[in-house]
Design a protein around this ligand. Sequence first.
Ligand code: URA
Length: 230
Amino acid sequence: MAANRNRLDRWLAQTQQRPIKQMRLAVLQGRVRVDGCVAVDPTQLVDQFSRVYLDDTLVQQCAPVYLMLHKPVGVVCATRDDKHRTVLDLIDHPRKYELHIVGRLDLNSSGLVLLTNDGRWSRQLMNPEQKVAKVYRVTVKEPITDDYQVAFERGIYFAYEDITTAPVQMSPLSATSVELRLTEGKYHQIKRMFGHFRNTVLSLHRLAIGPYQLPDDLAEGQWREISLPG
Ligand code: URA
């Protein structure tokens, strides 16, 4: 859901059904807080997910929803698909059709998928400048040699987009499996990075996105709501 930005005084007037002048005065009297700070400017922009308090009462247009899902292999990260089950098919939540996916996984990948109706939150998590770490466990066909680690840390050149990937941290788990920590999410990035060494990814499982970890007790196909701090 896109964020509809509006002036604080106008937004308060609409949601409270009160005259805009009264709401402007409330701001100037220091009676309004936005996202934890006392508002001083009645024209400051807010959206439907801003946490706005008027006289210590929370005023919100739209309650944000945050979910985590343990995606199984064979389920597609889309909201509709003619051939495969989608992540939304696994979710039984009254507002699921408002949600969008935060960082897709391929059809044959599994693990943590986040969904929300809060575009501000998802944009922050996916913004490459924020360098939010995504952690994956990857198993490949051929043994992984030391030159992979050097190349992954240096970056792999993707000719199609004419870009070099940001440094990826690699921790070996066995001869053919590793844990990778990426701060970006290019199309099929991990498969293409191993493809550079002509090595095939056999399984790819996402364990974490930033502070959100796939809980051990969240079985494949299960989902749960998450609440954000503050
Ligand atoms: N990289 C891939 O190649 N596939 C995924 O699903 C995620 C990261």
